[in-house]
Design a binder for this molecule. Structure first.
Ligand code: AHR
Length: 328
C-alpha cells in the first residue's frame, strides 16, 4: 500500500513538473508569439475642417491606419505653422514609429526633419511636398500641384476665349498646393497674354471668404470671364456670388469656372455644367502610406518621391457613371 501511495505521489510530482514546464514553455511560446506592439503613426495634419478634401483626407488616414492595426496620433495645426512645428517635435518626443507631415507651409521643416532623423523616426511627407533636401526625409507621397495647374492652363488655352480676364482665388499662402497652382496660372497668363484681374489667397481655403471676395469684385465693376479657384469649395463660393449678382457661368454662361480637388459633389456640378473643369487632387493617402510603412517595416527599398496619379474632368465629356464611381 505504501509503495502505491508513494508511486502516486511521484507520478503527481512528475505531472506537476511537466505542467509547469509546459506552462513555462507555453509562457516562452506566449512571449515568442506575443503580438508585436502596434505601430504608432504620428500625423501632423493641417486643419480639421479646412475643406471637403481635407475631411476625406483625414478619414482616409484614420480608416486605413485602423484597418492596418496602427495606433494613430493625429494633431491639427489649425492654420498655425508654428503650432504644427511644435506638434511635430512633441510627437518625436513621444517616440512615434513614423511621422507623417502635411504642412500648412512648405518652408521651415528642417529642424523637425533633423530631430526625427536623430530619433530614428522615418519622416514621410503626404499631400504637400515640403522644402526639404532628400537626405532629410524618408519618402514623399504628394500631389504635383504645378502639374495640376498646368493641366488647367492647357485646357483654358484650348477653349480659345477672347480677351481672358481671370480671377484667381488662391489657397493658404505658402502651402505647396497654393504655390504650385498659382505659379501655373501666372506663368500661363504671361505666356498666353491673359489678364489676371484679381489674384488673392483665401486664408484656410475658405469658401465664405471666396464668396465675399468675388461679391466685392463684382460690386466694384471689375469685369472677368474666368474664375480659377484653387479648390472646389472656393469655386462654389464664387458661383454663389455670381448667382447673387445674376452673372451666368459654366458651360453656357459668361464666366468659365475652373476648380481643383474633384470632390464628388463638385463633379455633380461639372456634370450639370456649373463648373467647366475640375482638376483632381486625390486625398486618399491612407492606403498609400500604409503600403509605404509596410514596405519599410519589411526592410524593402521604397520610392523616395511618389506623385499621385490624377486626372481632370470637363463638363463636355464627364458622365454620370464617372461621378457615381467616385469614392470621395
Ligand atoms: O493640399 C491639398 C489642398 O488642401 C486641397 O486642394 C484643398 O482643398 C485642401 O484644403
Amino acid at each position: 500500500m505504501k509503495k502505491l501511495i508513494s508511486s502516486v505521489l511521484v507520478l503527481m510530482l512528475v505531472l506537476g513538473l511537466v505542467a509547469c514546464g509546459g506552462n513555462s514553455a507555453g509562457s516562452e511560446d506566449s512571449e515568442a508569439s506575443a503580438e508585436p506592439s502596434a505601430i504608432t503613426v504620428g500625423v501632423v495634419q493641417t486643419n480639421a475642417n479646412e475643406s471637403d478634401w481635407r475631411t476625406a483626407n483625414t478619414k482616409s488616414f484614420n480608416e486605413a491606419f485602423s484597418a492596418a492595426g496602427y495606433e494613430t496620433k493625429m494633431v491639427f495645426g489649425e492654420g498655425d505653422h508654428a503650432k504644427q512645428i511644435s506638434q511635430a517635435q512633441q510627437l518625436i518626443q513621444e517616440e512615434v514609429d513614423y511621422l507623417v507631415v502635411l504642412g500648412l507651409q512648405s518652408a521651415g521643416w528642417e529642424d523637425v526633419a533633423k530631430s526625427a532623423q536623430e530619433a530614428g523616426i522615418p519622416f514621410i511627407m503626404a499631400d504637400r511636398k515640403l522644402d526639404l533636401s532628400e537626405d532629410l526625409y524618408t519618402a514623399m507621397v504628394c500631389s504635383d500641384f504645378e502639374a495640376e495647374g498646368k493641366k488647367a492652363v492647357d485646357w483654358l488655352k484650348a477653349q480659345a476665349i477672347d480677351d481672358c480676364k481671370i480671377v484667381v482665388l488662391g489657397g493658404d499662402t505658402g502651402s505647396s498646393a497654393q504655390l504650385g497652382r498659382s505659379k501655373a496660372i501666372e506663368d500661363g497668363a504671361s505666356a498666353n497674354g491673359w489678364d489676371i484681374v484679381f489674384n488673392q489667397n483665401m486664408k484656410g481655403w475658405d469658401e465664405t471668404l471666396a464668396k465675399q471676395a468675388v461679391a466685392d469684385l463684382i460690386a466694384s465693376g471689375k469685369e472677368f470671364n474666368v474664375v480659377y479657384a484653387e479648390n472646389d469649395n472656393m469655386a462654389r463660393g464664387a458661383c454663389d456670388a455670381m448667382d447673387a449678382a445674376g452673372i451666368t457661368y459654366g458651360k453656357d454662361g459668361d464666366v468659365t469656372v475652373i476648380a481643383f480637388d474633384a470632390n464628388k459633389w463638385a463633379l455633380e456640378k461639372v456634370l450639370a455644367g456649373e463648373f467647366n473643369l475640375d482638376v483632381e487632387c486625390n486625398p486618399l493617402h491612407g492606403p498609400r502610406i500604409v503600403k509605404l510603412i509596410n514596405s519599410l517595416e519589411a526592410g524593402e527599398t521604397v520610392e523616395k518621391n511618389a506623385y499621385v496619379d490624377e486626372e481632370m474632368f470637363d463638363c463636355d465629356t464627364i458622365t454620370q457613371a464617372i461621378v457615381d464611381a467616385r469614392t470621395y
